[in-house]
Design a protein around this ligand. Structure first.
Ligand SMILES: Cc1cc2nc3c(=O)[nH]c(=O)nc-3n(C[C@H](O)[C@H](O)[C@H](O)COP(=O)(O)OP(=O)(O)OC[C@H]3O[C@@H](n4cnc5c(N)ncnc54)[C@H](O)[C@@H]3O)c2cc1C
Length: 465
C-alpha cells in the first residue's frame, strides 16, 4: 500500500514548556500502577470521554494530524521514528518524560552497551521463542555499528562481544536524535495520553486516520499508532505499564511481568553473610536446571549481583533455588581428597586459600565446614570432604526475591507475541496498531541484546508504518 506524506512541517520540536502542572497530574494518574485488572486510568472505552471534553481540548490546542504517532521516545521509538521519517512519512513521537532516551543515557554504566557482535535468538527469552527471529535476522549488529560509525562514535569491545561507547551513552542518543532531525521527525515531550480511540476504516481511503489520541497537549489523529513505551523497570526514569494497558484495550493478552537482569536478595542467615562480603567479586558458574552462565559474581550489601546473577535472574522464578560453582574449573572434592593423601596435616582452608579472598574463605568455612575448621585433612572422612566439595562446586541458595523494578535492567513478560506480526509488529487484532521494543514479551540477555532488540524491532516497524 503506498503511504503518503501528509505533513510538510519537518522541524524537530522538543517541547518542554506547556502546562506542566497539568501534565504532571495526568502522567501521575496513568503512572499510578501497572494493575491490569483495575479500571484503567487510560480511557479504554470507545468514546472520547475524559475529564476534558473533546471540544475543550480542541479549542485549546488544534488537532494535529500525522501519518505515524509513536508513543515512547526511547530506543525503539526513536529508531522506528527516523526509519519511517526517511520514507517520507510524517512522524510525531510523544513521551511523558522531560527528556528523550533516558534509559539509553543511564545504560551500560553511562557508556551504553549498544549491541553485541554475536546476536542469536537463544539470547532472548519469551513465551514464543521464534518471534524475535525475523527482525533480528533482518537487522544484524553491523547495521547499528555502521550507523554510529557514520557519526564517528568511538566504541570498544568488552568480554563476550559486548560493544560499549568509549565516551558516553550520549553519543548513541545524539545519533538517534540527529537521524530523527534529518528525517523530519517531531518529538514532543512532557505529554501524557488520556485516551486512544480507533476510527472506523474507510475502504475508499487507505491513508485516512485510524486513531484519535487524546493527550495533555491536544488531540492527535494518526494513520499508524506505534506503542514503544518499554517495560516497568526503573519507574523513576519514566517507566509505566501504559503499553500493557493499550494492548489490553485492544484485546491483547499480557504475560505476567517481572523484573529481569536484576540482583538477587536474601533474608536468612546467608543473607547476612553475603552482606558482610559486600564488594568481593569472583568468576563463577551460576546455573539452574535450565541454563548456566560463566560470568563474574558480586557480593553486595543487598545480596548477589554481577553479570552471572543478572543473567541467571532472567531464568529464575520465585521460590526456586539457584546454584553457584565457586571454582568452576576445579573438582573440589577431588582436590581435597588428593591433598589429604599428599599433605595430610593441611586444613581445608589452606587447600582452598589460593582460590578465594581470605574474608570469603572464612565466611565459607563458617557456613560449610565449621565443625572441621581446625582439623587436619587426615582426620576428616572422605564423605565429609566430598560434602565440602559439593558446597563449593554447587553452592545452593534460595533467594528471597530480587531487587525488583527499582534496579532491574529489563521487564520479563509483556504483550503476548502470538497476535503481533513478527515481520511488521502490527497487531493482528487492531489494524495499524504496532508494538515494538521491550513492551513485547521478548527479553534479552545482558550484553547489548535488549538494545539490539529495540533497534531491530524499531527498524522493522518503521519500514512499514
Ligand atoms: C539501568 C539500565 C541499564 C541498561 N543498560 C543496557 C545496556 O547497556 N544494553 C542493553 O542492551 N540494554 C540495556 N538496558 C535495557 C534497555 O535500556 C531497554 O531494553 C531499552 O531501552 C528498551 O527500549 P524501548 O524503546 O522498548 O523502551 P525505553 O527505551 O524504556 O523507552 C520507553 C519510553 O516510553 C516512555 N513512556 C513510558 N510510559 C509512558 C507513558 N505512559 N506516556 C508517554 N511515554 C511513556 C518512557 O518515558 C520512555 O522514554 C538497560 C536498562 C536499564 C534500566
Amino acid at each position: 500500500m503506498p503511504k503518503q506524506h501528509s505533513n510538510s512541517n519537518h522541524s524537530t520540536l522538543i517541547s518542554h514548556s506547556l502546562n506542566s502542572s497539568h501534565n504532571l497530574n495526568s502522567s501521575q494518574s496513568l503512572n499510578s500502577s501497572h494493575n491490569l485488572n483495575s479500571s484503567h486510568n487510560l480511557n479504554t472505552s470507545n468514546s472520547l470521554t475524559s475529564h476534558h471534553s473533546q471540544s475543550a481540548i480542541k479549542n485549546k490546542h488544534p488537532v494535529n494530524t500525522v501519518d505515524v504517532l509513536i508513543i515512547g521516545a526511547g530506543a525503539s521509538g526513536l529508531y522506528c521514528a527516523f526509519t519511517a521519517g526517511q520514507r517520507g512519512r510524517s512522524v510525531l513521537v510523544i513521551d511523558h518524560a522531560n527528556k528523550p532516551g533516558k534509559k539509553i543515557l543511564m545504560s551500560g554504566g553511562g557508556r551504553c552497551n549498544f549491541t553485541n557482535y554475536v546476536v542469536e535468538p537463544e539470547n532472548f527469552i519469551g513465551n514464543n521463542t521464534h518471534f524475535c527471529k525475523s527482525a533480528l535476522i533482518r537487522y544484524n549488529p553491523w547495521e547499528f555499528i555502521g550507523l554510529i560509525e557514520k557519526y564517528s562514535v568511538a566504541y570498544h569491545e568488552r568480554d563476550y562481544g559486548q560493544l560499549f561507547c568509549d565516551n558516553s551513552s550520549k553519543d548513541i542518543l545524539n545519533v538517534l536524535l540527529e537521524e530523527c532531525t534529518q528525517a523530519g521527525v517531531k518529538i514532543q515531550l512532557k505529554t501524557s495520553i488520556t485516551a486512544i480511540k480507533p476510527l472506523s476504516q474507510n475502504p475508499q481511503n487507505n491513508n485516512a486516520s485510524r486513531f484519535i489520541v487524546e493527550t495533555s497537549k491536544g488531540i492527535i489523529q494518526c494513520h499508524s499508532l506505534v506503542i514503544a513505551t518499554g517495560g516497568l523497570s526503573i519507574p523513576t526514569m519514566g517507566a509505566t505499564g501504559f503499553g500493557y494497558e493499550v494492548a489490553e484495550q485492544f484485546g491483547h493478552k499480557i504475560y505476567p511481568t517481572s523484573a529481569g537482569l536484576v540482583p538477587f536478595t536474601f533474608t536468612d542467615k546467608v543473607g547476612e553473610v553475603i552482606a558482610s562480603l559486600a564488594g568481593i567479586s569472583l568468576d563463577v558458574l551460576a546455573f539452574n536446571e535450565r541454563i548456566a552462565f560463566a560470568r563474574p559474581m558480586l557480593f553486595t550489601h543487598r545480596g548477589l549481583s554481577g553479570p552471572a546473577m543478572l543473567q541467571l535472574s532472567n531464568y529464575w522464578e520465585v521460590g526456586e533455588n539457584i546454584h553457584i560453582n565457586l571454582i568452576p574449573n576445579i573438582d573440589v572434592t577431588g582436590l581435597l581428597i588428593s591433598a589429604k593423601a599428599e599433605h595430610p596435616k593441611q586444613k581445608v582452608r589452606s587447600v582452598l586459600a589460593e582460590y578465594f579472598p581470605k574474608k570469603l574463605l572464612l565466611a565459607l568455612q563458617d557456613l560449610h565446614w565449621a565443625a572441621f575448621k581446625d582439623m587436619e585433612l587426615a582426620n576428616i572422612k572422605d564423605d565429609d570432604l566430598s560434602s565440602i566439595g559439593d558446597h563449593i562446586n554447587n553452592w545452593t541458595l534460595k533467594p528471597s526475591g530480587t531487587e525488583g523494578y527499582r534496579t532491574a535492567e529489563v521487564t520479563r513478560g509483556g504483550v503476548a507475541t502470538d497476535v503481533v506480526s513478527s515481520k511488521t509488529f502490527e497487531s493482528k487484532l487492531q489494524p495499524n496498531l504496532y508494538f515494538i521494543g521491550e513492551v513485547l514479551d521478548v527479553t534479552g540477555w545482558l550484553g547489548g541484546y535488549n538494545f539490539q532488540w529495540a533497534w531491530a524491532s524499531g527498524k522493522a516497524c518503521g519500514e512499514v508504518v
